[in-house]
Design a protein around this ligand. Structure first.
Ligand code: IFM
Length: 515
């Protein structure tokens, strides 16, 4: 190498050290460094936010049932009966969204509020709630991004035919989606069929920790007294979700796309994996885990069938697609929604093949090591390079699909502090990672932090929280207070230069401290 090249290389290295931070991602950026049509927002979901579970005609969903199930050791007796009382407080919350400078809100529709019998008549009060919600968002220039199913199938359909275990769910879901497109599609351009389709099937039917809480010994994380078969049900449910998704997209494209001009996709959860040891075995285990988590849904959507390794390891427990189904599923998305929180370690686990029966994790033959041993840690570590690598991986493996980061944020114990410094550090680092990924060619089109305010949490009830706004549960008004992270995000969205973590974050500025 000539001495000129050596100098050039040292110069480039110096620049890189100056602009990246300790996490290895860009440190200094402004909102306008992102593409003009890139969108920044925050998220909620119906059961976690709305409360009012039996008000104005709403009926129970499978999430209500799990939260009220006495054998449930996940929520410590808590439930979403009131949650953030968003059904009554949404107008004030939208004011806070405006204060924060949100460009978009990701939220879900409660199927059992809109169509209390699961199919058939529309509940006019429910319809009015969502219409009003959407209208107010739009009047403030906040884009509504709607998820149709966030773990909350109407309980009545679970009781009638076993919910997602039955193929009948496909038809009912498509009919429900049809109502949503018809009623809201004149104002809503972004639709997601399922939140975390992969985790819904795994958590709800293998581990039992998510609605409807089904599992079978020895696989569940709860006592599997609700019924279930962890060896086959996750695969059956995943299959029905894919069929329902594809039929819904088909309906949207045939009946609504030409007049409404919207976009429709599905959402999946994804980790990034660090190898436990630098061996070819662990490298292959990581590849299998990607196939079992993301590939389970993305392979059919992009290539028309499940990953080969899933078909091989699950054998007859994973259903087949007919030729027509495969053709219908392939290409049935305008974007992929990705929820990413953590990088975890992964280790090859061949011994799982010796088990008499196998669940999906055993089929994966990999051990996932989350924060040491805790499967559900209360606080994510800050590993933004994982997100950058994940976006790059999805770009390479699935033909660079348009991606929305639908969820990213840091869970923390819900202890009432408004100075959530680690969350600010987390957001600063992960948004930097998204910018780096875009500069490397990823087709990422938006970023939503989870969550806009502290919600009823999926794996902990009210023990952990992800919100930019604290919700005081001891106050019957459920007053909201901005955390430092709300000030940080607002500063960023209002165009301030985010170099370093705390510069330009003025916690005294205009954000309302409470209603
Ligand atoms: O609260 C959940 C959300 O409902 C789905 N994704 C993960 C979040 C944090 O656990």
């Amino acid at each position: 190498m000539s001495s000129n090249s050596v100098h050039l290389l040292s110069f480039i290295t110096l620049i890189l050290i100056m602009v990246t931070n300790a996490y290895g991602v860009v440190d200094e950026y402004v909102r306008d460094d992102f593409p003009a049509d890139f969108v920044f927002g925050a998220g909620t979901s119906a059961y976690q936010y709305e409360g009012a579970v039996l008000e104005d005609g709403r009926t129970y969903s499978i999430w209500d049932t799990l939260a009220h199930y006495s054998g449930n050791n996940i929520y410590n007796g808590a439930n979403g009966d009131v949650a953030c009382d968003g059904y009554h407080k949404y107008k004030e919350d939208i004011e806070l969204m405006v204060d924060t400078g949100l460009e978009a809100l990701r939220f879900s529709v409660s199927w059992s509020r809109l169509i209390p019998n699961g199919r058939g008549p529309v509940n006019l009060k429910g319809l009015q709630y969502y219409n009003d919600f959407i209208d107010i968002l739009i009047s403030h220039g906040i884009q509504p991004h709607i998820t149709l199913h966030h773990s909350d199938l109407p309980q009545i359909l679970e009781d009638e035919y076993g919910g997602w275990l039955s193929r009948k769910s496909v038809k009912d879901f498509v009919a429900y989606a049809d109502v949503c497109f018809r009623e809201f599609g004149d104002r809503v351009l972004h639709w997601t069929t399922f939140n975390e389709a992969n985790v819904f099937a795994l958590g709800g039917y293998d581990l039992g920790v998510l609605p409807p809480g089904r599992c079978s010994y020895p696989f569940g994380y709860i006592n599997c007294t609700n019924g279930g078969d962890s060896t086959s049900e996750p695969y059956i449910v995943g299959h029905h979700l894919l069929l329902a998704h594809a039929s819904t997209v088909r309906l949207y494209r045939k009946k609504y796309k030409a007049t409404q001009h919207g976009f429709i996709g599905i959402n999946i959860f994804a980790y990034w994996y660090n190898l436990d040891s630098n061996t070819i075995e662990d490298e292959k285990a990581a590849e299998r885990a990607h196939d079992f988590y993301e590939g389970w849904f993305l392979n059919p959507l992009v290539y028309g069938d499940y990953p080969e390794i899933m078909k091989k390891n699950a054998g007859s427990r994973i259903p087949n697609f007919t030729k027509q189904e495969s053709e219908r599923i392939k290409g049935s998305f305008d974007f992929v929604g990705v929820n990413h929180y953590d990088t975890i370690s992964i280790k090859n686990n061949p011994s799982s093949f010796e088990m008499e029966t196998r669940d999906m994790y055993a089929d994966m033959a990999a051990t996932l090591i989350v924060n040491g041993t805790d499967m559900f840690p209360t606080q994510s570590e800050i590993t933004p390079l994982g997100l950058q690598k994940l976006l790059n991986y999805l770009k390479e493996k699935y033909g660079n699909p348009p991606i929305y980061i639908h969820e990213n944020g840091q869970g923390q114990p819900r202890n009432g502090t408004l100075i959530d410094t680690p969350r600010v550090e987390y957001l600063h680092a992960y948004i930097g990672a998204v910018l780096d990924a875009i500069r490397n060619g990823s087709n990422t089109m938006g970023y939503f932090t989870w969550s806009f305010l502290d919600l009823f949490e999926m794996l902990s009830g009210y023990k952990t929280s992800y919100g930019l706004y604290y919700v005081d549960l001891d106050d019957k008004e459920l007053t909201r207070y901005p955390k430092l992270s709300a000030h940080w995000y607002a500063s960023f969205l209002k165009g301030k230069n985010m170099s370093g973590i705390f510069e330009n974050v003025n916690s005294q500025e205009t954000l309302s401290s409470s209603y």
